[in-house]
Design a protein around this ligand. Structure first.
Ligand code: FAQ
Length: 327
């Protein structure tokens, strides 16, 4: 029996039997692949989340890139350079995975540069000291791993597969950040103070990376049904807090939340309220560095124009040569 299902963005109805078969496939934990039928809304959700994710990796290079020339030693410089290059690679994998959904990289870039697309709020904060490199690796990559390990099992095959290598690299990033914090926390009083200040700056924005609280998250319910997301925003945030508090204690640093308290009954840390007004301001373009970050991306895009043009000419010549050789 052929019954009516959901209506897609073009006003066309998606057949209920296809929708049911699609959901059944997800429930059986089978991956959805690019050529498989999928509801328009599933495709749209993935393009939104994956492109935001890719943009975050790319914009996320900027706060750390700021310190490459000022790293305190050659070794630190090499490590930071490698990390920032890894982030560029992550962006590329995820852009490529997004392209399998039928959207071009140019279109996604255009949306970022014109402010239509979002990227993670965390990258709109300044990094005034070397200790921020430690705090970013430890907390930002730490939060990213907490969110991305479950994405290795996300229902869309290309996204899940891209996450496997990304998570391995993020795990190295997290350790290098924690190591920077360890050296500073065990150093002079001034170095420890620098580490504490960086923790103070990064803690709350890192918690905001997980997105709005569950009651305000508009996409979570459907994304969890489709197994794009495996845990809710609040669940992942809580896991992150529970894992990170003992790490801060080990460093002898204080998490800037006077309400943070171990709760014997729940087996989790209770924590203070996140400043959601600040989060909303930042994701709507009004954070401390939003304008600077987008301008840096626009400048990089403009400066890279000749590379794209040269690559296109090379490709054309190459395909002409291949055609004449085949003839
Ligand atoms: N920032 O309904 P929900 C990294 C938006 S990678 C900005 O809960 P959803 C590596 C959300 O898009 C970091 N916007 O949304 C690295 C939606 O807006 P829309 C990036 C945010 O998608 C480390 C609205 O709020 N990671 O750090 C944020 O179900 C160091 C409603 O929210 C990923 O992208 C935010 N924090 O859940 C790189 C992971 N949170 O589109 C360099 C993949 C929410 O309706 C250096 N993404 N919004 O206009 C996800 O897991 C999800 O998309 C969430 C949000 C959990 C971020």
């Amino acid at each position: 029996m052929y019954s009516q299902g959901l209506t897609d963005a073009k006003g066309q109805t998606e057949p209920a039997d296809l929708l049911a078969a699609f959901q059944a496939k997800i429930d059986r934990e089978e991956k959805i692949e690019p050529r498989d039928w999928m509801p328009m809304a599933y495709r749209k959700t993935l393009i939104r989340q994956m492109s935001q994710h890719a943009h975050s990796e790319i914009v996320g290079q900027l706060p750390e890139g700021n310190w490459i020339t000022r790293a305190p030693s050659l070794k630190r410089k090499m490590i930071l350079l490698a990390k920032v290059q890894d982030e560029a690679g992550h962006g590329l994998y995820i852009y490529s995975a997004t392209e399998t959904l039928g959207v071009s990289r140019d279109q996604l870039t255009e949306e970022l540069l014109t402010g239509k697309a979002k990227y993670s709020s965390i990258f709109n904060y300044p990094t005034p000291s070397w200790a921020d490199m430690g705090a970013i690796g430890w907390l930002v990559d730490g939060a990213a791993i907490m969110n991305q390990v479950p994405l290795c099992r996300t229902s869309y095959g290309p996204y899940a597969r891209s996450m496997v290598r990304i998570c391995k690299e993020e795990s190295f990033h997290q350790r290098q950040g924690y190591e920077i914090m360890t050296v500073l926390a065990r150093g002079t009083a001034a170095q420890k103070e620098m580490a504490q200040r960086a923790l103070n700056r990064t803690w709350w924005p890192a918690l905001m990376m997980f997105g709005p609280s569950d009651k305000d998250s508009k996409h979570s319910e459907q994304s969890m049904k489709w197994k794009i997301k495996r845990f809710s925003n609040d669940e992942l945030r809580q896991k992150f807090i529970d894992a990170t508090v003992p790490q801060a204690e080990h460093l002898g640093l204080t998490i800037p939340d006077p309400e943070l308290n171990w709760n014997e009954e729940t087996g989790h840390y209770d924590h203070g309220e996140i400043n959601w007004n600040e989060f909303i301001e930042v994701i709507h373009g009004n954070g401390p560095c939003n304008k600077e970050r987008i301008q840096a991306r626009i400048d990089a895009h403009d400066e890279g124009e000749w590379v794209r043009a040269a690559a296109e000419v090379y490709q054309q010549r190459h395909s002409n040569t291949s055609k004449s050789e085949a003839a």
